[in-house]
Design a protein around this ligand. Structure first.
Ligand code: SAM
Ligand code: SF4
Length: 333
C-alpha cells in the first residue's frame, strides 16, 4: 500500500508544492495569443464539479502542496466560484491561495475574494490603450480592468502583479508605459514570452516573438535594473529598480530553461493532471473522483503515482506547428 502521508516528489527529486487549478475553460475575452475567435468549450458533463475540484485540491494540500493558483479560462466566469474559494481559503496547511484573472470582474469580486482568504492576484494586462486592448482581447474593455485593479488594491491585497504578453509590432511600444503604470500603482509585473500552445491563426508566432532579453534592454533604456535572487516559487526571474518597490519579472520558456526548478503541476477542468506545461504527460483524476466519490485514499494514491510521469524538461521551439495542441485556456495558464 502506498504511503499517502509523505510530501509529493517526482523521479528527479523535485518536490511538488504548487498546484495550478483550472476552474473553467471558458472566458469572456478571446486574447489573440490564447484562443481562436470561434472557440468550442467543453460540455458541462466533461468538467469537474466544484465539489470535485475541492476534493482534488484538498488531497494535494494533504500531500504537501502549499500554494494553489486558480486559473482557467477566466476563473471568475465559473458559476459559484466563490463557494470554492471560500472552502479552499479554510484549508489550514495551504499557505498561498492565488488567482490569475483578466481583471474584468474584479470590481465586483475583489472584496469578497479577500474576505474568503485569497492571498494574491495576478492580472493580465497587455495594453493601456483602449482600442488596442480591445483588439488584443477581442472583447475586453480596458476601463473595466483598470477599475478592477484599483478595486483589488483597495480590498487590501498586498502584492498584486500584472502579467503582460508582448508581441512584436503589436504592443512592444508599450513596454515602458506598462512599467510606468506599475511604478505608479506600486505593483509588480511579469513579462511572459508567447508560448506555442494551441493552433491560432490570427498571427504568426515566429514573427511576433520577442524575447525577454529584448524587453529587458528596452526597459533599461530608461531604468537601471538590478537582478534579485527573489523567487516567488515560479519561473519568473526578478529585477528591481532603485527608486521603486515594483518588481519586474521575466518568464522565458524559450530563452531560459526553468525546468530544473519546476515545483508545479496543473489540473485542467476536465480533471487531467498535467505534469508539464510543455508536454502531454497526464493522468485523469476525473476518472478517480467519478468512480470513487469521497474516497480520499484512492485519490491520493493516484496523485502520488502520477508524479512518476513528470518529465525532466520541456522543449519549445518557434517552428510553425505548435508542439502542444491544447490551448492555454484548457491548460490552465
Ligand atoms: N484568464 C486569466 C488571465 O488571462 O489572466 C487566466 C488564464 S490565462 C490562460 C493565464 C495567463 O496565460 C495570462 O496571463 C495570459 O496572458 C497567458 N497566456 C495565454 N496564452 C498564452 C500563450 N500562448 N503564451 C504565453 N502566455 C499565454
Ligand atoms: Fe481569456 Fe485569459 Fe486566455 Fe485572455 S489569456 S483569452 S483572458 S483565458
Amino acid at each position: 500500500m502506498i504511503n499517502t502521508d509523505t510530501p509529493l516528489q517526482d523521479r528527479f527529486g523535485r518536490g511538488v508544492e504548487y498546484l495550478r487549478l483550472s476552474v473553467t475553460d471558458r472566458c469572456d475575452f478571446r486574447c489573440v495569443y490564447c484562443m481562436s475567435e470561434d472557440m468550442t468549450f467543453l460540455p458541462r458533463a466533461q468538467i469537474l464539479t466544484l465539489e470535485q475540484l475541492y476534493d482534488i485540491a484538498s488531497s494535494f494540500v494533504h500531500l504537501g502542496v502549499k500554494k494553489i493558483r486558480l486559473t482557467g479560462g477566466e476563473p471568475l466566469v465559473r458559476k459559484n466560484v466563490m463557494a470554492l474559494v471560500e472552502r479552499l481559503g479554510q484549508l489550514e496547511q495551504l499557505e498561498q491561495l492565488h488567482l490569475t484573472t483578466n481583471g474584468a470582474q474584479l470590481d465586483k469580486f475583489a472584496a469578497p475574494l479577500k474576505a474568503a482568504g485569497l492571498t494574491g492576484i495576478n492580472i493580465s494586462l497587455d495594453s493601456l490603450q483602449p482600442d488596442r486592448f480591445k483588439e488584443l482581447t477581442r472583447f475586453g474593455e480596458l476601463k473595466k480592468v483598470l477599475t478592477g485593479i484599483d478595486a483589488a488594491r483597495d480590498a487590501g491585497f498586498q502584492r498584486l502583479k500584472l502579467n503582460a504578453v508582448i508581441l512584436k509590432g503589436r504592443n512592444d511600444d508599450e513596454i515602458l508605459d506598462l512599467i510606468d503604470y506599475v511604478r505608479d500603482k506600486h505593483i509588480d509585473i511579469s513579462f511572459i514570452e508567447e508560448m506555442p500552445l494551441g493552433n491560432i491563426s490570427e498571427h504568426d508566432r515566429a514573427l511576433s516573438f520577442i524575447s525577454s532579453e529584448q524587453i529587458r534592454s528596452k526597459i533599461e533604456s530608461r531604468y537601471a535594473l538590478t537582478p534579485t535572487t527573489e523567487n516567488t516559487g515560479g519561473p519568473s526571474r526578478y529585477y528591481r529598480m532603485s527608486d521603486s518597490t515594483s518588481r519586474i519579472g521575466f518568464i522565458s520558456p524559450h530563452s531560459n530553461n526553468f525546468c530544473h526548478l519546476c515545483n508545479r503541476v496543473r489540473l485542467t477542468v476536465e480533471g487531467r493532471l498535467l505534469l508539464c506545461l510543455g508536454n502531454e504527460h497526464s493522468v485523469s483524476l476525473k476518472e478517480i473522483v467519478d468512480r470513487y466519490p469521497g474516497d480520499d485514499q484512492k485519490l491520493r494514491e493516484a496523485i502520488i503515482k502520477a508524479m512518476d510521469l513528470k518529465p525532466e524538461r520541456h522543449h519549445f521551439s518557434l517552428d510553425d506547428e505548435p508542439q502542444i495542441v491544447r490551448f492555454m485556456n484548457t491548460t490552465g495558464g
